[in-house]
Design a protein around this ligand. Structure first.
Ligand code: NAD
Ligand code: 4PL
Length: 244
């Protein structure tokens, strides 16, 4: 299988797209660290995997992220892949977002990607191998309303992906982004975003609801050794909603 003997961290993997990614990496042979601030959900998701391991983490907190990576290194001695998936998915008109809320979204959705990438950099550099896959969003192209801070953060993730790819390519590390469109995760289904499926489907080339399992295979490919020549890219996985 494509990921045998590989160790992967997937943040925000207690549910939704992250959980589907964890399941796919596990099915491809990886040992998967289900890293989430929801400790109970992470344990449940990890327990359903062949080689799952749950770790509680808040990706917006540097000490928490460093402790998570230290734990993974102590246990497995390596981190082959990092999937930066954890994020807050808000639905708030842009002028109803106060500064504190704006900062929280940027801290989690953008700074969290930086912190987790920073924490795996040295072990990946020393190993001369690494795969970083960042979950962005097609809202960066669509300019989706009611999530301005989120769209700003995801645009930042897109830019960070390209810049980091340039700086770490010589060390055998690839950095890419996957941009899903509207996807039926637990988080989205429990929010007003859940009412947008009919409208978004009418814009897609493929007229059905996007599911978390639709996103995972592209992420697994980017985490595999054979994706070695793909870096600094953002791959849109949205049933043809946006084209870029
Ligand atoms: P979700 O809300 O269903 O799940 C998110 C998970 O991340 C939860 O388990 C939550 O506990 C965890 N999390 C949140 N903040 C965290 C933090 N600070 N530290 C650790 N864990 C944290 O979300 P989802 O819809 O599955 O989204 C997953 C990813 O996909 C996100 O990056 C999101 O922006 C992206 N995305 C989602 C959609 C969509 O329509 N569902 C579309 C495009 C992109
Ligand atoms: C098209 O990333 O890509 C709603 C919620 N609609 O989080 C997203 C679209 C949402 C999206 C997203």
């Amino acid at each position: 299988m494509k990921l045998n003997d590989r160790v992967a961290i997937v943040t925000g993997a207690a549910q939704g797209i992250g959980r589907a990614i964890a399941e796919k990496l596990d099915a491809e042979g990886a040992t998967v660290v289900v890293a989430d601030r929801n400790a109970d959900g992470a344990s449940r998701a990890a327990g359903a995997l062949e080689r799952g391991r749950a770790i509680e983490v808040d990706v917006a907190e540097p000490e928490s992220v460093e402790a998570m990576v230290a734990e993974v290194l102590a246990e497995y001695g390596r981190v082959d892949a990092l999937v930066n998936n954890a994020a807050i998915v808000p639905f708030v008109a842009w002028d109803d977002v106060d500064l504190e809320h704006w900062r929280k979204i940027i801290d989690t959705n953008l700074t969290g990607v930086y912190l987790c990438s920073r924490a795996v950099w040295e072990p990946m550099r020393d190993a001369g191998y690494g795969r970083i896959a960042n979950i962005a969003s097609n809202t960066v192209m669509a300019g989706t309303p009611n999530m301005a801070a989120y769209v700003a953060a995801k645009g930042g993730v897109w830019g960070f992906t390209r810049a980091l790819a340039t700086e770490v390519g010589a060390q055998g590390i690839t950095v890419n982004a996957v941009a899903p469109g509207l996807t039926a995760s637990e988080g989205v289904l429990a929010s007003p975003h859940g009412e947008a499926f009919d409208f978004v489907q009418s814009l897609q080339a493929i007229p059905r609801r996007g599911e978390p399992a639709d996103i995972a295979p592209t992420v697994a490919f980017l985490c595999s050794e054979e994706a070695a020549w793909v870096t600094g890219q953002m791959i849109v996985v949205d049933g043809g909603h946006t084209r870029h």
